[in-house]
Design a protein around this ligand. Structure first.
Ligand code: THU
Length: 134
């Protein structure tokens, strides 16, 4: 799948964002090795800390449906209705992605008109993971 096509799916997923407190709307589209795409959006909460980011929503949906290996994730965010120039996954989401994804996971950011791609291990160097507990 093309990076831009995955980004367009993230843009659609962003429309479901439940973000009445921050008004920062995020969508994610996670591509499984099976070829299936799992979408997610941020889901906020009045108590703030239970808020779930779009990326983690997508990962948890996928894993709960039996898929545990992924090749790419597209993320798009911004205040209000318009996607911003650039929204990178937060630190917690990088850690959750690292549980299931290799360092070469393609992290596709920006918006459909201006895409920036990084590897997961570029945005999460020196990570702590399964290897440290073996
Ligand atoms: N957010 C995400 O969904 N993903 C990120 O990687 C960054 C932050 C959400 C959480 C919260 O609902 C809003 O953006 C503002 O932080």
């Amino acid at each position: 799948m093309l990076d831009r096509d995955l980004m367009l799916i993230a843009v659609e997923a962003r429309k479901n964002s439940y973000s009445p407190y921050s008004n920062y709307r995020v969508g994610a589209a996670l591509l499984g090795k099976s070829g299936k795409v799992y979408t997610g959006c941020n889901v906020e909460n009045a108590a703030y800390t239970p808020t779930n980011c779009a990326e983690r929503t997508a990962v948890f949906k996928a894993v709960s449906e039996g898929e545990r290996e992924f090749t790419a994730i597209a993320v798009v965010g911004g205040l209000g209705d318009e996607p911003s120039e650039f929204c990178a996954p937060c630190g917690v989401c990088r850690q959750v992605l690292s549980e299931f994804c290799d360092g070469d996971l393609r992290v596709i950011m920006g918006n459909p008109d201006n895409i920036k791609v990084a590897r997961l291990d570029e945005i999460l160097p020196y990570s702590f993971g399964k290897k440290d507990l073996e």
